[in-house]
Ligand binder design. Structure first.
Ligand code: SF4
Length: 241
């Protein structure tokens, strides 16, 4: 069962104010709802960009996507998933061969270690199945809350948490939707703030939609505020230079 969202009606939360705005928590929640509506208009079908046909595919692709673009991962995985089809294939993989296949995704030695380790832990503790819980997934080597949230939300359709990658971290700050984190790398605090400000039913969708917006409009170097339809609800509009 998905974890209950943190209550967003607590007095503590209601008194919080953001880093860029002095709005109350209630005002922020209303602004967040407008941002959700704006994103739904822009990206009605937003989904995970990593190509996959199984929970195992998605798990391995998400491990590979650390410090790498989804496009690059999608170039590597067709051959990879043809060669390694099951959990036990990964558990028994030859290290040098696997390293060679995923080299172009970067940090390939560490990723190889984590993928083989994940295959082994899945075999030993989970009967070769991908767990559908946060507690289970984070036991796997190289699987953070972010990776677990991708698998839970996209494959298992469970809104258990909020994916926070580099795009979402940046957008959470620019849109002033986080108040506990000091920078866009503080993923756990950003996730907590997003979980309080958005309804749980929207978490997985918003993860995908914010990533798309970060790629297409609000990119790191030069956000396109002039053509951004979220600008009316963004405290950073035209102020990022
Ligand atoms: S208005 Fe600018 S800073 Fe705000 S979300 Fe849009 S592109 Fe990003």
């Amino acid at each position: 069962m998905a974890k209950k969202p943190k209550t967003n009606k607590t007095k503590k939360a209601a008194n919080r104010v953001g880093p860029k705005t002095r709005e109350s928590f209630d005002v922020r929640r209303k602004r967040a709802a407008k941002i959700t509506r704006g994103l739904r208009r822009l990206y009605p079908d937003a989904d995970c960009a990593l190509q996959h046909r199984s929970a195992l595919n998605l798990l391995v692709s998400t491990i590979l996507s650390a410090q790498c673009t989804d496009d690059r991962v999608n170039m590597v995985t067709p051959a990879l998933f043809k060669r390694y089809k099951t959990v036990s294939d990964f558990a028994r993989a030859d290290k040098a061969e696997l390293e060679d296949m995923i080299r172009s995704t970067g940090f390939f030695r560490n990723k190889t270690k984590n993928i083989i380790g994940t295959g082994r832990v899945l075999t030993e503790r989970f009967g070769g199945k991908i767990p559908d819980t946060m507690d289970g997934l984070v036991q796997l080597p190289g699987v953070s809350r972010k990776t677990a949230n991708v698998v839970l939300g996209t494959w298992f359709k469970k809104n258990e948490g909020f994916v926070v990658d580099t795009h979402i971290g940046r957008l959470a700050h620019r849109l002033a939707l986080t108040w506990q984190s000091r920078d866009d790398k503080d993923a756990v605090k950003i996730e907590q703030d997003l979980m309080e400000v958005f309804p749980q039913k929207d978490w997985t969708y918003l993860g995908h939609a914010l990533i798309w917006h970060g790629r297409k409009v609000c990119n790191a170097r030069k956000p396109a505020c002039d053509r951004c339809t979220l600008a009316d609800n963004c405290p950073s509009a035209h102020k990022c230079d």
